[in-house]
Design a protein around this ligand. Sequence first.
Ligand SMILES: CC(C)(COP(=O)(O)OP(=O)(O)OC[C@H]1O[C@@H](n2cnc3c(N)ncnc32)[C@H](O)[C@@H]1OP(=O)(O)O)[C@@H](O)C(=O)NCCC(=O)NCCS
Length: 236
Amino acid sequence: MDESQLLSAAAGSNADGRSSSRLAPLIIVGDGGHGRVVADNVRALESFRIIAVADDRFTNIACRDGVFHVHPGMVRELVEADHNTKVLIAIGDNRIRSSMVQRLGLPPERYASIVHPAACVSKHAYIGPGSVVMAGAVVNHGACIGAHVIINSGAVVEHDAEVGWFAHISPNSTLAGNVAAGEGAHIGIGASVIPSVRIGAWCVVGAGAAVIRDLPAGATAVGVPAKVIKQRDIIP
Ligand SMILES: CC(C)(COP(=O)(O)OP(=O)(O)OC[C@H]1O[C@@H](n2cnc3c(N)ncnc32)[C@H](O)[C@@H]1OP(=O)(O)O)[C@@H](O)C(=O)NCCC(=O)NCCS
């Protein structure tokens, strides 16, 4: 498989040469554990067909089960081959996801946002481009989710909460009403944040923590109630 074959196949058909379907073509960037979960969420949605998975590990173009495996350096060309093609960055690490967005340099409209059919998202909530809301998650009235955010399985984002770009709300964690989680914040598995608390940019909240007071940008906080144990430079 060479690059020209890949590009002609990407411009409207699957790797096996079948013609394009009613499903919009999608490229997933990231083939780690999180990437494979995201791929499952995409398949459950039945709105997109995955035409390619891009990962730095894929140095040669290959095709497996009708899906191309390519280097991220190919993504831009693939996107330009078909104006319907969308991209989703499925990298769990918030900083690496953020730097991949810089690397690809795509406009926001080329990113898909995915809401699993078993998630519950209010019609009065906003989900930004490149964000994923996984199975069992709830996003309630007035919540605002930025771009390239992960709302992981079973997480709850309550009314009027704000979640900044590149944040990750881990499985079964809860942001109560009016919470603000800053850019790149990572809320650990099963953590809770009480109403109106502000979590600074690039904070890390430990698994199982209960956050009852604002956290400064770059803090790592653990426990019940959560206490700051580390303070980092916030530059991603
Ligand atoms: C908070 C966290 C990031 C800290 O990781 P770290 O920076 O490597 O810190 P360490 O493991 O060195 O732990 C530092 C101290 O905090 C304690 N600690 C770490 N995580 C804790 C947690 N979740 N709750 C309570 N205490 C915790 C450690 O026991 C250690 O205490 P000690 O100094 O008395 O020995 C990590 O433990 C964590 O909880 N990550 C969340 C992971 C997650 O939910 N991922 C989602 C994947 S979908």
